[in-house]
Design a protein. Structure first.
Length: 348
């Protein structure tokens, strides 16, 4: 497969302003690739932003970076900037997986390949989706909380954005797992749009109406600080051995979550691999530009490439459940919080 060569245009002031991350050039002859960061208001995405230039340099790519700040209109404008800069491929992580479709269609019309990180577009094709199995996130959280609650009680699920495939996958899998395996657990689903203030407000209201809640599933670490603050205010931020303890499982695996597990303030998280998101998204965009064809099956980096629909491949990276003791919860085995393989324990 060959991709069209585009000559770099003259940048306008607006286009320059859109490049919030600052591209890193490796050499004058390097392949130019656009990378749009989806947001910079969470520790997870800030870690991803840190890793991208590192792996871009290793891949011999010149990066033109923008930040769409969780806004699809900004993402669309950023892509226009990238096209004017002569990018040969685009890496993006669209948070609204339906609204991004026209932008993907435009890039396809220009024969500019796309790799989607963390999210999968609802329609259309990209060269590769790089994410973990988000249904497994919900399943692992369910298995952990269901076991800790002894199969009975009330839990709050602080959902992400249900316009995102990730929010839908985690929510559906958690609910289905609870219904099938722990029917005595009542789940209160609270949509938060990945917004910390919304999550805190809804958790506060739910705890007021149901003070006997014993579990919280946060679909991302965006809700971490607010959740802990509310539990502390209510005298519920207590050790696991205390009958008042509220079991908390999160998703992301950021360093702060790991520290909170060590401190006994939360109980588990699912480690979403920010470093590998950066590494393999850039590797795949390079492969696309080089005309390589992806093949389904096991990879050399402990993951599996699956065909999610005709013409669309997804590399489902490993994302382990992390706990203090590395315990097993039904079919789910966790890793210990101090495991050196976890990116959240990396000092780089």
């Amino acid at each position: 497969m060959k991709f069209q060569h585009l000559c770099a245009g003259v940048l306008t002031a607006a286009a320059l302003a859109a490049c919030s991350g600052g591209g890193t050039a490796t050499s004058s002859g390097a392949t130019v690739v656009g990378v749009d960061y989806p947001r910079s208001d969470t520790d997870f995405w800030n870690a991803y932003i840190k890793y991208v230039p590192q792996f871009g340099g290793q891949s011999g790519l010149e990066l033109k970076t923008t930040n769409s700040q969780n806004d699809v209109a900004t993402l669309t404008a950023n892509v226009q900037t990238m096209i004017s800069q002569g990018v040969k491929g685009v890496v993006m992580a669209p948070q609204d997986t339906a609204a991004v479709i026209p932008t993907l269609q435009q890039l396809a019309s220009k024969k500019i390949p796309v790799v989607s990180v963390d999210t999968r577009p609802d329609q259309g094709n990209v060269y590769m989706v790089v994410r973990a199995d988000n249904r497994a996130y919900g399943e692992k959280a369910c298995r952990f909380l269901g076991a800790k609650l002894g199969g009975a009680g009330k839990v709050v699920m602080l959902q992400g954005d249900l316009a995102s495939i990730n929010g839908r996958d985690r929510t559906e899998a958690f609910n289905e797992c609870m219904k099938a395996n722990f029917p005595g657990v009542t789940v209160f689903g609270e949509a938060t749009n990945w917004d910390a203030n919304t999550a805190a407000q809804k958790l506060q209201v739910r705890l007021t109406a149901n003070p006997d809640i014993k579990g919280v599933y946060m679909q991302s670490s965006f809700a971490l600080a607010g959740t802990l603050q509310i539990l502390k205010q209510r005298g519920l931020l207590v050790p696991a051995a205390d009958p008042k303890h509220v079991f908390i499982v999160s998703n992301d695996g950021i360093p702060e979550e790991l520290d909170k597990i060590r401190a006994g303030e939360i109980d588990a998280t699912v480690s979403q691999p920010a470093d590998q998101f950066a590494k393999y998204s850039l590797q795949y965009i390079k492969d696309a530009i080089d005309g390589k064809t992806p093949v389904a099956g096991k990879t050399d980096h402990d993951s599996t490439i699956v065909q999610v629909r005709e013409g669309l491949m997804e590399d489902q990276l490993a994302a382990p459940l992390v706990t203090a003791d590395g315990g097993t919860f039904g079919p789910v085995t966790s890793v210990k919080v101090d495991d050196k393989s976890l990116w959240g324990n990396s000092k780089s």
